[in-house]
Design a protein around this ligand. Structure first.
Ligand code: ACO
Length: 330
């Protein structure tokens, strides 16, 4: 069976209204705006409102991409949400979004791959459409990381933010291939660089797990930093090779926004010219699985993307996982 050509159709995002600046954080933990900006590039991040959960952010981002593309909810047959901060252990955020959209024809599932989640969701949807199993997918990255943080731990609480982004992937009716490659990888031997120990079947929630601080995001920042550039560079090279294009043919690189120093190192190692790489970490911090589609959305809104442009997206995250994809903006 010949593969069905797949295209990316539209982008949408949702940014919660509440802003937490570095100066706000100076009042909460022993930190400074200068330390955070110098070490990470982050100036502020957005926080979900009280009562707002991952599915609310995902739903808002989905509504925007549907409105922009004119796709009706009943025309979607697959919803995949990348998140590690779902509303509940189960059901999935995807099912909650499916219900609110009234996407009656859609199967719905979440994927958990930390900050690489959006790349995993994208790859999964691409494969299902290319194989002819599904026709049109809503692919979302949505995170409410503010609920998972120890707000007394300055090493982690300054880094992360909330938000969501979404694209539609669909069978390309004109027969022109829009998604040229998607490549994923993992190394579970590095699982303990980034993890959330409490509440699962290993450490089910008890008073003790709460007292031991197991219900907070844990990270070995330096070890993660050391992995970041190498895995993203290799993922990019693989995705470019599979797409049959070179970096100088790419119009926009949209990397996961974890740390400005990581982005600068990646740009230097790969030779990505200034202006060709999306940088939004200053305004949102690290929004994990939402970071790539949120950055793509900002660059789209700011007029950096035109029809036919080649986009390279790349990420790394908990697992350890990584992934990259090349697609044509339509
Ligand atoms: N304010 C002030 N000082 C701080 C802060 C803070 N917010 N946080 C840590 N420090 C201190 C440390 O205590 C340490 O002090 P010491 O030297 O007296 O012991 C000093 O600053 C240096 O700490 P390092 O951890 O060595 O700082 P580093 O330069 O490595 O930066 C950072 C830390 C920003 C976390 C960096 O390692 C990083 O970005 N790592 C990658 C993180 C990442 O990419 N995560 C991605 C995935 S997240 C996900 O999957 C959801």
């Amino acid at each position: 069976m010949a593969a069905v050509p797949v295209r990316v159709r539209g982008i949408g995002a949702y940014v919660p209204k509440r802003v937490l600046t570095n100066h706000d954080l100076e009042q909460m933990v022993d930190t400074t705006d200068e330390w955070i900006v110098t070490r990470t590039g982050i100036k502020e991040r957005h926080m979900a409102a009280d009562g707002e959960a991952a599915s609310d952010l995902a739903y808002a981002a989905a509504c925007q991409v549907l409105e922009r593309t004119g796709v009706r909810p009943e025309e979607i047959d697959f919803i995949v949400v990348a998140t590690v901060t779902g509303d509940m252990q189960f059901p999935s955020v995807a099912c909650l979004v499916q219900n609110r959209l009234g996407a009656k024809a859609a199967a719905a599932v979440d994927v958990a791959a930390g900050c690489t989640g959006f790349l995993y969701a994208f790859h999964l949807a691409r494969g299902l459409i290319a194989s002819g199993v599904q026709k049109r997918a809503l692919v979302v990255g949505a995170e409410c990381l503010s609920r998972m943080l120890d707000w007394s731990d300055r090493a982690t609480c300054v880094l992360l933010g909330d938000g969501a982004g979404a694209v539609i992937l669909e069978a390309a009716e004109d027969g022109v291939e829009g998604v040229l490659s998607s490549h994923l990888g993992s190394d579970g031997g590095l699982w303990d660089l980034l993890y959330f120990p409490g509440g699962g079947s290993r450490n089910p929630t008890t008073h003790e797990t709460v007292d031991q601080g197991l219900h907070f995001f844990k990270m070995n920042g330096q070890a993660t930093f050391k992995q970041a550039c190498g895995v993203m560079e290799r993922a990019c090279q693989q995705a470019l090779e599979e797409a049959g294009v070179t970096l100088d043919q790419i119009d926009l690189v949209v990397p996961h926004q974890a740390n400005l120093r990581i982005l600068n190192q990646l740009a230097e190692r790969m030779g990505i010219p200034e202006g060709k790489m999306a940088v939004t970490i200053d305004r949102y911090g690290n929004t994990s699985a939402a970071s790539v589609p949120m950055a793509l959305n900002d660059y789209y809104q700011e007029g950096h993307l035109k029809s036919g442009d080649l986009v390279l997206i790349v990420s790394f995250g908990a697992g350890l996982t990584w992934g990259a994809a090349v697609f044509r903006w339509s």
